[in-house]
Design a protein around this ligand. Sequence first.
Ligand code: TRP
Length: 337
Amino acid sequence: MHPRVLSGMRPTGPLHLGHLVGALDNWRTLQQEYDCFFMVADYHALMSEYEHPERIRVWSYETVIDWLAAGVDPKRSVVFRQSDVSEHAELFAILSIVTPLGWVERVPTYKEQLREIQGRDLATYGFLGYPILQAADILLYRAAAVPVGEDQLPHLELTREIVRRVHFLTKAELFPEPKSLLTQAPKLLGTDGRKMSKSYGNTIALSESPDSIRALVQKMFTDPLRIKRTDFGHPETCNVCNYWKLFLPNQYEKIWEECRSASRGCVQNKQELAEHVIQLTEPFREARKKFATESGEYSQIEKLLQEGAQRARDVACATLADVKRAFGLKPAHGKTG
Ligand code: TRP
């Protein structure tokens, strides 16, 4: 059997190019070497969207559609929705009991989000526990490794600390300490040159229409020192050129050279990039024609998620039973021993 991997995404809006190069390309290839669990983290989404939860359900379906289009194979990998597997909530409760308050209060993402995110009240009891729920996600499947971006490393470190604490308290060996699998891809910046993020409104969604892609790319910043068409360009500092580098790692040099020698102008550069992105995202628009039914029911995706939940539950149930037993509680379903 292959080592197990678990990762998840929060369904808080349309997935964008950053998700593709930062995570999904990686997920697709991980499937060859690992036994993969890919989870729609809808409880995590609810933690920040609870004031307007009506779109979480649809976003969950849309997220899965993008995963499929990116090459996630639900026959090979377990694709499921967190809230379908109630063991997540139960293990979260148990881990919350043993995790010292100081450990979660000092998690940098927590402090940062409280400070940065405006227009929402994130000062809830549940949101403080965000990384504990994430630990529960990982530990329920006894994942050996977790593919994440750098921003998630503190959550993984906390998960390992929780593992050690549980083992100390129960004198049992319940979980492996999960390792991180950092994505190699360098960061794709947003269309305005800042970090690509939905809250900055600088993303290009994977499901974006061709016209909208052209408009968004047209607005992208280029080399600030290149003012006239005849000025020599500095591709290293041009966001459009850096997209080329990421999308065409073997061919971008030619484009960069044309920019440096001013034989390629910024307008042409953007037009060609837009057409490239349109081509790259074609499978995502196609997948929508296939799965997002006009009635808006997403019944094929729902069916796939139910099958995934069944497979996830088999593993989660067995782990939770072991944990409950180790803490002197009686396992409900008695899956094992
Ligand atoms: N917190 C992760 C993010 O925002 C999403 C997530 C939830 C996750 N549970 C997880 C990632 C478990 C990895 C493993 O990106």
